[in-house]
Design a protein around this ligand. Structure first.
Ligand SMILES: Nc1ncnc2c1ncn2[C@@H]1O[C@H](COP(=O)(O)OP(=O)(O)OP(=O)(O)O)[C@@H](O)[C@H]1O
Ligand SMILES: [Mg+2]
Length: 121
C-alpha cells in the first residue's frame, strides 16, 4: 500500500463500474475454487489496476473482438452465465474518457489479466 495519498482525477462511480465488470468477468469465466487477484500499482505518472484470473483465457485471434459492442466470445461458461457483451465495451469507453488504457494478456486455459492504466494527477 502507498504511504501517501494518491490522486487520480476520476469519476468514481464510472470507474468502480469498470472494476466491478472486470471482477465479474473474472468470476464468470473461471472454474470454481480458482483465485482472482486485484492489484494496484502506483508510479509518479500513472495508477495501474490489474484483475487476474485463472480462468478459460481468451484465444489470441478473438482478442480484437473483446471490446466491441455486443461482442460475446464462446467459451465453456458463456452460455451458462449469459450476458449482453457490453461490459468491456463500456469499460474501454470509460477508461478512454479518463485518458487511460485498458490492456489484456491471456493464456488459453490458464487465465487472463486485464490492466487499467490511468494518468495520476
Ligand atoms: N476474464 C475473462 N476470461 C475469459 N473470457 C473473458 C473474460 N472477460 C471477458 N471475456 C470474454 O469476453 C466477452 C465480452 O465480455 P463483456 O464483459 O464485454 O460481456 P459479457 O460478460 O459477455 O456480458 P456483460 O455485458 O453482462 O458483461 C465475454 O462474453 C467472454 O467471452
Ligand atoms: Mg462482462
Amino acid at each position: 500500500m502507498p504511504s501517501e495519498p494518491v490522486f487520480g482525477n476520476v469519476d468514481a462511480t464510472q470507474l468502480s463500474m469498470v472494476v466491478e465488470n472486470l471482477l465479474e468477468n473474472a468470476s464468470h469465466y473461471s472454474p470454481e475454487d480458482t483465485e482472482i487477484a486485484l492489484k494496484l500499482r502506483v508510479t509518479p505518472k500513472k495508477i495501474e489496476i490489474d484483475v487476474t484470473d485463472q480462468g478459460v483465457g481468451i484465444p489470441e485471434e478473438q482478442m480484437s473482438k473483446l471490446f466491441q459492442k455486443f461482442s460475446r466470445l464462446p467459451n465453456e461458461f458463456s452460455v451458462q452465465v449469459g450476458g449482453t457483451g457490453l461490459g468491456l465495451y463500456w469499460a474501454s469507453k470509460i477508461v478512454k474518457l479518463h485518458k487511460g488504457r485498458i490492456n489484456v494478456s491471456s493464456r488459453l486455459g490458464k487465465g487472463s489479466t486485464f490492466t487499467i492504466a490511468l494518468p495520476s494527477s
